[in-house]
Write a protein that binds this ligand. Structure first.
Ligand SMILES: [Zn+2]
Length: 92
């Protein structure tokens, strides 16, 4: 993506600014949902196979107010936005 596409992703993901994220295989967080979206670009995470389905990404940790694995960020957005968003990765 071009850098001019960054700002709208930063706006989408601004609630995650400064939080720790942990890279891991995607797992749905509840019974009512089988997928999630990247908090920044809306890419889809799921366990099932499909076009444009992501199977791993960066998830919030226990210190996120809404809980671990509540929010997900894809690899591309993490790499592109981590400086602006002050993201750090949590040790496993
Ligand atoms: Zn993304």
């Amino acid at each position: 993506m071009a850098s001019s596409d960054k700002q709208w992703r930063i706006d989408f993901a601004k609630r995650l600014k400064g939080f720790r994220l942990q890279f891991q295989a995607y797992k749905p967080r509840g019974e009512n949902s089988d997928h999630d979206h990247c908090a920044a670009c809306w890419a889809k995470f799921a366990e099932f196979e499909g076009s444009d389905i992501l199977h791993e990404g960066y998830a919030t940790c226990d210190d996120y107010p809404r809980g671990a694995r509540y929010e997900w960020v894809c690899q591309t957005c993490f790499d592109d936005l981590k400086d602006e968003m002050q993201w750090s990765t949590a040790a496993k």
